[in-house]
Design a protein around this ligand. Sequence first.
Ligand code: INI
Length: 156
Amino acid sequence: MTKVIEGQFLGRGKKFAVVVARFNSFLTERLLEGVYDGFARHEVNLDDVVVVRVPGAFEIPLACQKLAQAKKYDAVLAIGAVIRGDTPHFDFVASEVSKGCAHISLETGVPVVFGVLTTDTIEQAEIRSGAKGSNKGFEAAMTALEMADLMRKMEQ
Ligand code: INI
């Protein structure tokens, strides 16, 4: 019989850190609400969630690294919104934050979930942050729950 290991959305007893960029806060605060919603619906005790705010998406990886290295959290979530229309350096910011998060995850062994919107327009970002129902923050919370549970199972 094949042994299949996969994570479940079991939040009880797990600890999470959420790094939120203040840039485009009208979007990132909605994403954070989605994270809380996902956690609360899966029995995460919100006292077990720490939120760290940083100026912009470019600063997210450093804060995630510090949190992941502390080995106190089952997963770290990166929450931001990078919109192409806003900046000629969209590609630099988007690429640094995505590479940085992936690198920290592999370096520390702690899941770092990429809840950063990278869109061409504000409208696209609004749709992905709950304006029409779907919220990337909620999805990030679900990924964090699954990966946190998977890591525990794989360590057994
Ligand atoms: N930061 C974002 O989070 N989103 C953006 O769209 C953005 N734009 O458009 O420039 C942005 N820039 C700031 C950047 O993340 C840093 O905070 C800044 O460059 C200082 O290091």
